[in-house]
Design a binder for this molecule. Structure first.
Ligand SMILES: C[S@@+](CC[C@H](N)C(=O)[O-])C[C@H]1O[C@@H](n2cnc3c(N)ncnc32)[C@H](O)[C@@H]1O
Length: 220
C-alpha cells in the first residue's frame, strides 16, 4: 500500500500506479520512510519517494560529483542524491537538527554512502557563507525554512558551475501559492521566491508538479 500522495494533483490510485512504475524505494530507503513516519505529523517534511528517485536519476544524468543540500531532516533526499553521485562524489548537507539528522546518519551508513556525505549542523546561511566563493557544486537542493530560500539560492548559485542545477522543493506549497486568500509567512515567502527566479536572467527554469512542486534551475 503506497503512502498518501504528497501531490494534491494526484489521486491515491494514480500515485500508487506511478510508484509501481518507477524505481521503488530499496529496503534501506523503506526503513527510513518507516522510521520517519513513526515521528508523527512532522514526517510530512520528508520528500516523496518518486521525487527521491527523480533526484537520483537527475544527479546521475548530469554526472554530478559535488552536491549541496539545504534541509536534510532524517536524510531521505540526501540518501537519494548521494546514490546518484559519480564515483568519488561528495554531498554537503546543512541542517540545524542533530536529532533528526542522526536518523539519516544511521541509514547512510547502512546504504554505504556515509563516506560521501558531510553534515554541517548550524543555520544554513552561515554554513553557506563560510564556503569559498568558487565553483564548488554541480547540483544543489533547497528544502529548508521557506523564508531562507532566496539566501540559499544566491549563496548556492555563486558556487555552482555553469550548467549546474539547483532543485527547489515545495514551490507549490500544497497549492497555496495560487490561492489569493493564503497569506501566511511561508506562502508569501515561496510566492516571492518563485517570482524572483521567474525573472532571473542567470538561470533557465522549469516548475514541475512533482510531489509538492519542484523547480529545476539551470545556471546559464
Ligand atoms: C522539509 S525538511 C527537509 C526534508 C528532507 N529534505 C528530506 O528529504 O527528508 C526541512 C529541514 O530544514 C531544517 N532547517 C530549518 N531551518 C533551517 C536553517 N535555518 N538552516 C538549516 N536547516 C534548517 C529543519 O531542521 C528540517 O530538517
Amino acid at each position: 500500500m503506497a503512502d498518501a500522495p504528497k501531490s494534491f494533483f494526484v489521486s491515491p490510485e494514480i500515485h500508487a500506479y506511478l510508484l509501481a512504475h518507477g524505481t521503488p524505494p530499496d529496503p534501506v530507503q523503506q526503513s527510513l520512510i518507516e522510521e520517519t513516519r513513526a515521528l508523527g505529523g512532522i514526517s510530512m517534511m520528508q520528500i516523496a519517494p518518486e521525487q527521491g528517485a527523480f533526484m537520483t536519476l537527475l544527479a546521475r544524468a548530469i554526472g554530478a560529483r559535488r552536491a549541496i543540500e539545504v534541509g536534510t531532516f532524517t536524510g531521505y533526499s540526501a540518501l537519494c542524491i548521494a546514490r546518484g553521485l559519480a564515483d568519488g562524489g561528495r554531498l554537503l548537507c546543512c541542517d540545524v537538527s542533530e536529532e533528526w539528522t542522526s536518523i539519516g546518519r544511521r541509514h547512510w551508513e547502512r546504504a554505504g554512502v556515509a563516506d560521501r556525505i558531510e553534515l554541517r549542523i548550524g543555520p544554513a546561511a552561515e554554513t553557506l557563507r563560510a564556503l569559498p566563493e568558487e565553483e564548488l557544486f554541480d547540483l544543489g537542493f533547497i528544502d529548508a525554512d521557506k523564508e531562507g530560500y532566496p539566501t540559499y539560492f544566491e549563496e548556492i548559485l555563486k558556487r555552482l558551475r555553469p550548467n549546474g542545477l539547483v532543485l527547489v522543493d515545495n514551490v507549490l506549497w500544497f497549492g497555496q501559492v495560487a490561492n489569493p486568500e493564503a497569506n501566511d509567512p511561508s506562502t508569501l515567502a515561496i510566492r516571492a521566491f518563485n517570482e524572483k527566479v521567474a525573472h532571473d536572467a542567470r538561470v533557465d527554469r522549469v516548475m514541475l508538479p512533482v510531489a509538492d512542486g519542484l523547480t529545476i534551475l539551470r545556471k546559464r
